[in-house]
Ligand binder design. Structure first.
Ligand code: ZN
Length: 134
């Protein structure tokens, strides 16, 4: 793992959350991006070498909507940047972690991503990500 790439925060309303986090972080979001396959719209803030990713659901069956129903707004996942995501997935599996994605898939912000189930990380949803074409 190279660094904390971003922290994902589940929100109900992206417009309101952008305003709130804009004030808190004293900076504007630099992009919005929707990931259709996940039913999610994201907004990114840059904080030094890391980012904050706000996640809002775009449909009722979105994993983010399910998270909101269960836990309400708040921290959703922590994302670590890795150099070789395929190798990392293989290594994590060998070490007994439960991967939600057996293979890396396209995520927001030009990334290949995979998620590790909170069951095997002590309750934290962990994302590993690698910049595409790198
Ligand atoms: Zn993320």
């Amino acid at each position: 793992m190279q660094k904390i790439e971003h922290i994902g925060i589940a929100v109900k309303n992206l417009d309101e959350a952008e305003k709130r986090f804009g004030k808190l972080l004293n900076t504007l979001p630099y992009k919005r991006e929707s990931v259709e396959s996940e039913g999610v719209i994201t907004s990114f803030f840059k904080i030094g070498a890391s980012k904050i990713e706000l996640l809002a659901p775009t449909r009722p069956d979105s994993p983010i909507q399910k998270f909101l129903n269960k836990k309400g707004e708040g921290m959703h996942h922590i994302a670590f940047e890795v150099a070789d995501i395929d190798l990392q997935i293989k290594t994590l599996k060998e070490e007994g972690f439960i991967l939600i994605n057996d293979q890396a898939k396209a995520g927001a912000d030009n990334k290949q991503v995979a998620f590790i189930h909170p069951k095997s990380t002590g309750g934290i949803l962990v994302e590993i990500c690698q910049e595409k074409n790198k």
